[in-house]
Ligand binder design. Structure first.
Ligand code: NAD
Length: 319
């Protein structure tokens, strides 16, 4: 049984040191959250090279020991971040990556499970909901300790777009993207607000009245932003690196922050045995509980459809 009390709260492991893993490691180095970070990659030179490069910024930030290592080094890590796997090529959906990345997870997760690890697994590779479910099934870890970065990035993108549209600090916006981190995700506008003012009312304060058209356009832009970035620069990594840092901060500092991470659905909204994103309280035990934000009928319907999309993919996987 995992027990965070036995993990070294100052240690983090990053498995997969490509664009996402290295950008996340760079963000974590600057955060000052950890004093030890082990980087692991199938390409050992890559892990060691990234460790060296990022280490050279340490004297300009805060002390942390960063090194390329192997699975024996992750045993006492408080958080094990997995970014290993193929990324989307232009035109590919996240679900297109299933086969390749499930196979990679079938090699990585047993390495973690076979050691006496007490940390939380944070899945970042795509399709993140499917791989979080895979990690949960294979590892045998408790449900609260296997989470995915989910729609934390998409929610940040939504806040960014709304902030630009309304010319207001994006941190004053309370809104969530829920469901799959992918094409069936849902922008939960019915509960969105700007410092307590319902988003449509705030739009009117700022002189915007075509709510349906604007919200549809913003939700589409958010959903398609990864495709747009991949088309232009072939990978996305800075936004997700900040999302990874934010989730680690919530866990490490036991903040009990409400973040839309992917976690196991055990009956909320009638959805069972699938992993997707719902706002959840995140602290030292990983996901403490999901938060049932109020959704309108259409959003609930779409959430159920999103769960069905993911379930169909899960049914095709042999664990
Ligand atoms: N969750 C999100 O919001 C989000 C955002 C961006 C990218 N991603 C996903 O993150 C993943 C990584 O993307 P990237 O751009 O960094 O890809 P990348 O190709 O740059 O890096 C992948 C790394 O994984 C390593 N790797 C492959 N198999 C491995 C194994 N068995 N063990 C250890 N390391 C292994 C590779 O050597 C490589 O260094 C992709 O699945 C991508 O879709 C997720």
């Amino acid at each position: 049984m995992q027990d965070i009390g036995k993990a070294n709260l100052r240690k983090v492991a990053v498995i997969g040191c490509g664009f996402v893993g290295s950008a996340s490691a760079f963000a974590l180095m600057q955060s000052g959250l950890f004093s030890e970070m082990v980087l692991i990659d199938a390409d050992m030179d890559k892990a060691q090279g990234e460790a060296l490069d990022i280490s050279h910024g340490v004297p300009l930030a805060r002390p942390i020991n960063i090194y390329g290592g192997n699975y024996d080094d992750i045993v006492d890590a408080a958080i094990i971040i997995i970014t290993a796997g193929a990324n989307q090529k232009p035109g590919e959906t996240r679900l297109d990556l299933v086969k390749k990345n499930v196979n990679i997870y079938k090699s990585i997760i047993p390495e973690i499970a076979s050691r006496n690890c007490h940390g939380t697994i944070l899945v970042v590779s795509n399709p993140v909901d499917i791989l979080t479910y895979t990690a949960l099934k294979i590892s045998g870890f408790p449900k609260n300790r296997v989470i995915g970065s989910g729609t934390v990035l998409d929610t940040s993108r939504l806040k960014h777009e709304l902030g630009k549209h309304l010319s207001v600090d994006s941190r004053s916006i309370h809104a969530f993207i829920i469901g799959e981190h992918g094409d069936s995700e849902i922008a939960a506008f019915s509960s969105a607000n700007v410092s307590g003012i319902p988003v449509n009312e705030f739009c009117e304060l700022r002189g915007f009245y075509h709510h349906e058209k604007s919200t549809r356009e913003i939700a589409e832009k958010v959903k398609n932003s990864a495709y747009e970035i991949i088309e232009k620069k072939h990978a996305t990594y800075y936004g997700i690196a900040m999302a990874v840092k934010r989730i680690c901060e919530a866990i490490l500092r036991d903040e009990k922050s409400i973040l839309p991470v992917s976690s196991y659905m055990d009956g909320a909204y009638g959805i069972h045995d699938v992993v997707l994103s719902m706002p959840a309280i995140v602290g030292k035990d990983g996901v403490e509980m999901q938060v049932p934000i109020s959704l309108d009928d259409q959003e609930i319907e779409r959430l159920k459809e999103s769960a069905e999309t993911l379930k169909k993919v899960i049914q095709g996987i042999e664990f």
